[in-house]
Design a protein around this ligand. Structure first.
Ligand SMILES: O=C(O)CCC(=O)C(=O)O
Length: 292
């Protein structure tokens, strides 16, 4: 990508909290990532319950597999970690979080074409607070993603804060905000759509969510969360060699940078696990209407 384009995307990210980049992933690399995703999904035919790699949707059977997430794809197939380290990703992420970068997390959310799980509105920072906020989340569309198949939607400007309440009235973490209570204007929410290979980047404070997929076509999206090497996670310990093996650019080490950021831990919880588990505890859902 030429510098002027990169600067334009970085400006959008800083001002709006997100950027959308089309046509960056070469077709052969996209195909390799799609094929690796197909292979991983195929293993669901041998499963009755979620395992280390696949999180299954309710209603899954071996004959009619339903998968909602591939966990840590960067560990499951080298094509994904190679992608995270590639110049085309690192050049852009460097502009947003600096030159020393760790891949802090990866997942592929797979939404089946006949109502695949929605994700209620939330801010990622509520799930994964770090010692500073030099982080960004890249979403790579592995399939074409139109308005009808549950694209990621982001509320422009919401990354400027505040961090909203993701706990329910009993004080339990439920991993979603209450749109009405917090008076969030969704009329300006932007649906990040595009052909397969489109990448979006969003800020950890940006309010985002996605509707169920009613398109009849699968929507698979890979999320890679990148963090400055000196942004340390605040609520889980690290296994040092594994942690450092996720450095994708520059230098990492034990130095920690603490910034004055607002933090609320995602505890206590009644449903440890993924965002799907947290949000299963919600009493009211914004996307319930869309699912009925
Ligand atoms: O899959 C999606 O549409 C959104 C995923 C997301 O925001 C998350 O898993 O935190």
């Amino acid at each position: 990508m030429i510098d002027a384009d990169m600067e334009r995307h970085a400006t959008s990210y800083r001002e709006q909290g997100f950027a959308r980049i089309e046509g960056l992933v070469p077709p052969d690399l996209l195909r390799a990532m799609q094929q690796a995703t197909d292979r991983l999904m195929e293993t669901a035919r041998g499963l009755d319950a979620s395992d280390e790699v696949l999180e299954l949707d309710p209603g899954h059977t071996r004959d009619v597999p339903r998968i909602r997430r591939i966990k840590k794809p960067h560990r499951a197939d080298p094509v994904f970690f190679d992608f995270a380290k590639s110049k085309l990703v690192i050049d852009m992420v460097t502009k947003l979080v600096g030159p020393d970068i760790r891949l802090s997390h990866s997942k592929i959310n797979t939404k089946a074409g006949d109502g695949g799980s929605p994700i209620e509105w939330h801010q990622d920072w509520a799930f994964a607070p770090h010692t500073n906020m030099d982080m960004c989340i890249a979403a790579i569309m592995l399939d074409d993603c139109g308005p009808e198949n549950g694209p990621l939607m982001v509320v422009p400007g919401s990354h400027k804060g505040p961090l909203l309440e993701h706990h329910d009235e009993d004080g339990y973490f439920v991993g979603a905000i209450d749109i009405e209570r917090d008076g969030i204007d969704l009329s300006k929410a932007v649906a990040l759509t595009g052909p397969a290979g489109t990448i979006s980047l969003h800020h950890p404070m940006a309010i985002h969510g996605s509707a169920p997929n009613r398109s009849g076509r699968m929507r698979r999206m890979m999320f890679m969360e990148f963090a400055a090497a000196d942004a340390f996670p605040l609520f889980y310990g690290v296994e040092w060699d594994e942690y450092m093996s996720r450095m994708v650019a520059g230098q990492g080490g034990p130095a920690v940078r603490c910034a004055p950021v607002t933090i609320r831990q995602p505890f206590p919880t009644r449903a440890p696990g993924s965002i799907f588990e947290s949000q299963s505890q919600l009493k009211s859902r914004y996307f319930a209407q869309a699912m009925s």
